[in-house]
Design a protein around this ligand. Structure first.
Ligand code: SF4
Length: 436
């Protein structure tokens, strides 16, 4: 029997894994085409061998745009039951991935609970967990301590890990020289930068990249190449630091692929709307079509409390122009750890962005549900409309709260008897139209 290590290795050997088969079916794509895309690295199927309850998804610009939800406890909000509630809500609302960014206490039980019970792809950022895991100051950690935490996460069944491999000692000089407004805003990136500054050593995720690839190949962990220099404000967008790091991420992508390790590349950040499409094209070229995982992009800096909207605007344009994976942003971004309602708002906003982009890209069957909604609206079938809605609960609650006074079966209280839909239906059926 032919064996394989990763989904990429299997695809290169022409083996149709159960995951490749499932993803091809979900995407309405011939399995031969899916194999080709996985073999080339243009689609990543993040599927750790130990995550056996996974419902696999493919990430690639030619597939449905996927969304990720960041969760996890922090020192100020440390209730794992609440985080698990958010996970279940996120999966119900259609999130394809959950990133556990826990930064407090014993993180392993929650991580293992996720990979034992959650069907969505699970991602982590091992550098956060390193400080927590060893309970030592950052400066006291050795390069191999970080690598051992990656191994631990791989053994726990994590499907993808964000590793900030692209910043090096050269970046320290660049950040100082270019005087960015917001320096480094990536949490993981800032930790790697701080560790390099304090120890005088090279970035361990860069220096020991081959060792990391061995771990990722063994367990089939996809590397999400973190963008430590993602712009944290519009003024820093598409600057030398961001692009220089992207070039290194392109080189690392090649090295990972040579090891049969799947890769996603993380992207900006805060980006003016007119630069979003160009950023996607540059990434696709430099990283040879590796799936692009964007954090927003947020198209203005001035909307704290509403950053799920600024990110959805940027996310829709990004996905329409080649981004494959959107990291959700909640109304609490820049302000606090999101609560359950913030998580819901963030997911819905990301789903709208992803879906709008999929329609624009002509993803097979993406628009079917919109056509169904239009049919339901034309006949004023409210239950059918709720069935098509991204958030039926909210849609129904709004209608029920403000029903029209005289006739609940057709129209809504927006136009009442002036309802254009009702008037047209009656006019076309030759019926009398009563307005008053
Ligand atoms: S009343 Fe107005 S808003 Fe409501 S269904 Fe009819 S046309 Fe649409």
């Amino acid at each position: 029997m032919t064996t394989y290590t990763t989904q990429m290795d299997a695809a290169r050997k022409g083996i149709v894994t159960p995951q490749i088969k499932t993803v091809a079916e979900k995407e309405h794509m011939p399995v031969e085409k899916m194999i080709e895309l996985v073999a080339e690295g243009k689609v990543a199927i993040c599927a750790n061998k130990h995550h056996t309850c996974l419902n696999p998804e493919g990430v690639g610009s030619m597939l449905r745009t996927k969304i990720n939800v960041n969760l996890g406890v922090s020192r100020d909000c440390k209730d794992y039951d609440i985080e698990m509630q958010k996970v279940m809500k996120a999966v119900d609302l259609g999130a394809e991935a959950i990133m556990d960014l826990s930064s407090h206490g014993n993180t392993q039980p929650f991580r293992q609970k996720l990979t034992h019970e959650c069907p969505a792809m699970i991602g982590t950022v091992p550098v956060y967990d390193s400080v927590i895991h060893y309970q030592r100051d950052l400066s006291e950690l050795t390069a191999h301590d970080f690598i051992d935490v990656i191994r631990l996460h791989a053994e726990d069944g994590v499907d993808f890990v964000t590793l900030h491999c692209g910043i090096t000692r050269k970046t320290i000089e660049q950040i100082k020289k270019h005087k960015r407004k917001m320096n480094i805003v990536s949490r993981g990136g800032s930790l790697v930068f701080a560790w390099m500054s304090m120890t005088g050593e090279e970035n361990p995720f860069y220096e020991y990249f081959d060792e990391i690839l061995d771990i990722c190949e063994e367990h089939d962990v996809t590397i999400s190449l973190g963008d430590a220099c993602r712009p944290g404000c519009l003024a820093d967008a598409t600057d030398v630091c961001q692009i220089e790091e992207l070039v290194r991420l392109g080189e690392l992508t090649k090295r990972a692929w040579a090891h049969n390790v799947q890769v996603m590349v993380e992207g900006p950040g805060h980006v003016p709307l007119d630069q979003v499409a160009a950023n996607m094209k540059v990434q696709q070229t430099i990283c040879m079509g590796a799936p692009f995982y964007v954090l927003g992009p947020l198209v203005t800096d001035i909307a704290p409390g509403y950053d799920h909207i600024t990110a959805a605007i940027g996310g829709a344009v990004a996905a329409m122009n080649g981004a494959a994976f959107l990291c959700y942003v909640t109304p609490a971004e820049h302000l606090a750890l999101p609560n359950v309602e913030d998580v819901k708002q963030g997911i819905i906003a990301s789903k709208i962005a992803a879906h709008a982009a999929d329609i624009a890209k002509g993803i097979p069957h993406a628009r079917d549900i919109d056509d169904k909604m239009a049919d339901a609206r034309r006949v004023l079938d409210w239950d059918a409309q709720f069935d098509c809605a991204l958030d039926p609960e909210t849609a129904k609650a709004i209608r029920d709260d403000r029903l029209p006074e005289d006739d609940h079966s057709d129209t809504c209280s927006m136009c009442g008897k002036f309802c254009a839909v009702r008037s047209m239906n009656k006019a076309l059926a030759g019926e009398h139209i009563d307005i008053l």
